[in-house]
Design a protein around this ligand. Sequence first.
Ligand code: ADP
Length: 193
Amino acid sequence: MRVILLAPPGAGKGTQGERIASRYGVPHIASGDIFRSAVQSGSPLGQRVKGYLDAGDLVPDELVIELMLGKIVAATREQGGYVLDGFPRTVPQAEAAAVSARETGAAAQVALYLDAPQDVLVARVAGRGEDRPDDSADIARHRLEVYAKNTQPLIELYERRGILARVDASPSIDEVSKEVFGVLDPWQDKGAS
Ligand code: ADP
């Protein structure tokens, strides 16, 4: 199972990503989690990315691509697939992922687009409260703008590639999971195709 999750902040891609990972036995690779734990540990990577995360800006493509491609290739080889949460997030990231996938046979089978109206997204992010510094109202609004500008174009890109599947992310977590599994279950036994 090789899945890309595409979703604005607040759509619930972290939650659904974990559920997909446990249902299909593939690793949940979440770029935001990786960056947040790097910041917390104070590692060299963390020091380089902290400013971007705090501001709700994207980490530069070169840094993200180098980090993520290695993880994707390793997950495909060692764990039979992946669910990608937060990568790719820009057109150059998607292109780099596609080039790497052609070389390694790690191309995603499905790009799952979790969609919800803007007011639902804003309310959910605000509702997470103090858990994440970048969830404060101003920064959260900025992240939605960054998403619209940089990540929205990927929806069309994956639609053209014929792998886009859209799921409404407004209902409850369980209802969304049910829809998501309905999309992904048919891929379960298709192996490397
Ligand atoms: P959300 O989807 O709620 O915005 P994430 O946890 O996916 O949250 O990402 C948090 C932050 O991590 C982003 O605002 C950005 O600074 C950084 N980040 C994560 N993934 C990427 C990526 N693929 N490219 C650039 N920056 C990223």
